[in-house]
Design a protein around this ligand. Structure first.
Ligand code: GAP
Length: 511
């Protein structure tokens, strides 16, 4: 996998992602999607939406507002509990999340474990038994015990809101500031991540409201209206995609952690007592969804939460191997009846579901799947970008995106800028533009034009040459294999549909 710097520069050079308001030197942790980025992002969102809403008769969609009544966030617990524990280093004046400093420390130990494993793999060759090695090697088991001990302490400190204990643990582990190298730390303070703003025209009448930090609450407050108007019976789900905002302090790693980002969330409403079963089901379904994109399965793993959020009775992350290591890509949470129960209390409105079969009313439990669209974009682009060595010892930069997600599906390229070739090429372009997002390019030598398309992930290049005039065929070059097929012009649409239609990927998701 290429490193994150290469991904950032490629995203900028090829019109995927720019820093927001760059002419003013940008705004930290805020980014804009450019001409290719917006198409890729739309395609990823469409795949998620179709696989949730179109493929499941028990899931419908909603598009709720970003601005909500301020009581929403009291009921959801975000006003009181949506905090990060922050610590400053007095020498560098840099601010960190205390828990992240400790987690990064554990990751360094994990790095040491991996090194030991790689070394042993080399020494033992084909006979290497990794599980046995991990169990029996003293140094490795000491590392594992140390991580376990630190993580248990961290969980307890966070659960108890023990800010002084967090500082003491950082000092005890001799964690230094990565910038100043010193351990001259301030006390740890809680910091609420919600952005606020005012609605209303005058100082007296204006009210403080929040930009939503998650899209989920827009689903909860609408759930009963949607259930009644769609006449769905439990279990059923409501899906939503949309912007969320968090005043992240540790804003780094490009679009991994942003202040303005997009979530794709689905709340699945179930009978109390059934939540465990549905939690396991959605864990499995979401992992299959990720696998369906075609990247290596080793890139994904579950990471169960030690410390549960204020609303959950079980939670796991699907972690992905980003260029900077395994990190959370998606969260799957069993949210109990916490949100609906609290909205009922705070609003004074009845939000119970009437179960016609048992003639009983109850507050449903909720299993949530929640993924960041930008984070998924980063996962996809970082797994697709390759510097490929070719047979003639040159290299090409190629973005091997899952083909149906590519921003541009095909490029139409007359081999030479000759009138008859240009005329036929433009005719093919005009015929195909209703079905595919495509480009027409006649500038530069054909090799350079192929490379331009490789770099933005265009799966197919159609070249129109002199034979095309004679026998009504074109060549179709495959981005990944670089092989060319000669295809009848009238067959091109069918050929492309058989390779890049979204339904090919949706069909992998049958349950
Ligand atoms: N409704 C539950 C919820 O919001 P979360 O684990 O805080 O849970 C869910 O967020 C997902 O949203 C994460 O797995 C991640 O993909 C994405 N996400 C969260 N904060 C983000 C940020 N600051 N920038 C980009 N994506 C973020």
């Amino acid at each position: 996998m290429v490193d994150i710097k290469k991904i950032i520069s490629h995203s900028k050079e090829y019109g995927f992602i720019f820093p927001s308001s760059e002419i003013y030197d940008g705004l930290s942790a805020v980014y804009d999607y450019a001409q290719n980025g917006v198409l890729l992002k739309n395609n990823i969102r469409e795949f998620w939406w179709k696989s949730m809403v179109q493929m499941n008769s028990d899931i419908v969609g909603v598009d709720a507002s970003i601005l909500m009544h301020p009581k929403t966030w009291e009921a959801s617990g975000h006003v009181d509990a949506f905090n990060d524990p922050l610590i400053d280093n007095r020498d560098s004046n840099k601010r960190y999340r205390a828990d992240v400093l400790i987690e990064d420390y554990c990751e360094k130990i994990e790095g040491k474990i991996n090194k030991e494993i790689q070394k042993a793999k080399k020494n033992f060759g084909a006979d290497f038994d990794q599980a046995k090695f991990i169990k029996t090697n003293k140094r490795v088991s000491d590392y594992f015990n140390k991580i376990d001990f630190i993580k248990k302490r961290l969980t307890k400190l966070l659960e108890d809101d023990n800010l002084n204990g967090l500082k003491l643990l950082i000092e005890e582990l001799k964690i230094n500031c990565p910038i100043s190298g010193s351990n001259n730390w301030t006390d740890v303070k809680q910091f609420n991540l919600m952005f606020d703003t005012m609605v209303g025209s005058s100082d007296e009448s204006s009210t403080k409201i929040f930009l939503r930090p998650e899209t989920a609450q827009g689903i909860f407050v609408n759930y009963l209206n949607i259930q009644k108007t769609s006449r769905m019976k439990i279990p059923f789900g409501i899906a939503q995609t949309g912007k969320a905002f968090r005043n992240e302090i540790v804003a780094r790693q490009f679009i991994f952690r942003m202040r303005e980002f997009e979530q794709m969330e689905m709340q699945y409403f179930v009978k109390p007592g059934d939540q465990k079963k549905w939690y396991e089901t959605w864990k499995e379904r979401r992992m299959l969804w990720h696998y369906s994109l075609g990247f290596e399965k080793e890139n994904y793993r579950f990471h169960d939460h030690d410390k549960l959020a204020h609303y959950a009775d079980a939670a796991t992350d699907i972690q992905f191997k980003f260029p900077f290591g395994f990190k959370e890509l998606e969260g799957i949470h069993s949210r109990t009846d916490f949100d609906l129960g609290n909205h009922e209390k705070f609003s004074g409105k009845k939000l119970k579901y009437y179960d016609i079969d048992s003639d009983k009313k109850y507050t449903p439990y909720v299993v949530e799947t929640s993924i960041g669209l930008d984070r998924l974009f980063l996962a996809i682009i970082s797994n697709s970008l390759e510097e490929e060595k070719l047979d003639n010892n040159s290299t090409r930069t190629v973005l091997k995106l899952p083909k149906f997600l590519a921003p541009t599906k095909l490029a139409i390229l007359p081999l030479l800028k000759k009138d008859e070739l240009v005329k036929l090429s433009k005719k093919i372009k005009d015929d195909l533009k209703f079905d595919f997002n495509l480009v027409y390019d006649e500038k530069d030598a054909i090799g350079r034009r192929y490379r331009r398309q490789d770099a933005i992930g265009t799966p197919y290049c159609i070249t129109i040459d002199h034979d095309s005039l004679k026998n009504e065929t074109v060549t179709i070059r495959d981005r990944d294999s670089m092989k060319q097929d000669r295809v009848k012009i009238e067959e091109v649409k069918k050929f492309l549909n058989s390779k890049i239609d979204i339904s090919i990927w949706l069909k992998k998701l049958s349950w």
